[in-house]
Design a protein around this ligand. Sequence first.
Ligand code: MG
Length: 374
Amino acid sequence: MRITDVEALVLRMPHIDVGAADSTQDALIVRVHTDEGIVGIGEVDASPTVVKAVIDAPPSHAISSGLREILIGEDPRDIERLWDKMYQGSVFYGRRGVAIMALSGLDIALYDILGKKLGVPVYRLLGGARRKSVPAYASTLMPDTPEEAQEHASELAARGFKAMKFGWGPFGQSEDLDEELVAAVRRGAGEQVEILLDIGFGWRNADHAIKMTRRIERYRPFWIEEPLLPDDVDGYARLAGAVDVPIAAGEENTTRYEFSDLLERGRVDIVQPDVTRCGGLTEAKRIAALAHARGKPCVPHAWSTGVISAASLHLIATIPNALFLEYCVRPNPLNTSLVKNPVQVKDGVATVPEAPGLGVELDEAELARFAVQA
Ligand code: MG
């Protein structure tokens, strides 16, 4: 079996709100074609045009090549060997960041190919499912006002979610507003639902984050996510050492090396690798093991199309330390209708797909509707 082509498709909604931290407004989908007619799909949640360049770039020399060229002619079933080949073939410009993100989408597509070839779901290839259903937390943006926050929280609770995350939006603009927003989410969610808060780097530094965490801990947040910039690793350590609320981070990080640093030096309580960015399913499995060896949860970040939801769910089914699937509830069509058979979530529980590969199929009409030249 040989890889015959690699496509990087840039999708984009006609109108983008650039001020919102909403990555469902565009997408980068990869398709890896084989000589047996099996096509693997994957995605990368980053800047689609930049990722496409990393995939399509011609080779400059032995350790500086676009990823497409590295994969053409290879046996797609040699997933870990091809991970190393892509890493080493891009190491001159890569090692971290967008090169690893582009590699991630291709790694996911290789798992999809192998699952389809063998007629088994991807979770089977990752070591087998420990569970066939997984609690899903509703993930959404924090509205501008406490009134809207309370209403949105109660609406999600009425849909059966037992956990929900509110993030970004106005967090960090005003200490009083931050507290009012959190109080409103707690009121809307009720006492039985877990509330997760994503501060979106909104707090100035570790001291400010410690002060704010103490101020809102009475509303019992399940975790506080990314209050500081990802590179303030020492700030994370100070914060995590000073407060009782678990601190979560890692969605921007790539490779086991960065997660090792985040765990060892940053002392975070929960890591959040994104399977479409951290190095694919191959690397996410290793990162989950790093966290598990330290007794810490690994709850993947997932906020884009139905492809990332399925890939994340296969991983989560197989690892011992995932607590939830992140289930984006944004209404944008790239999130809701790019795949024909999205992951099913009912009463806050996601069912692990059983069809071969990732178990999701792209809707060609939706693909054509949002495809742009890049
Ligand atoms: Mg986040």
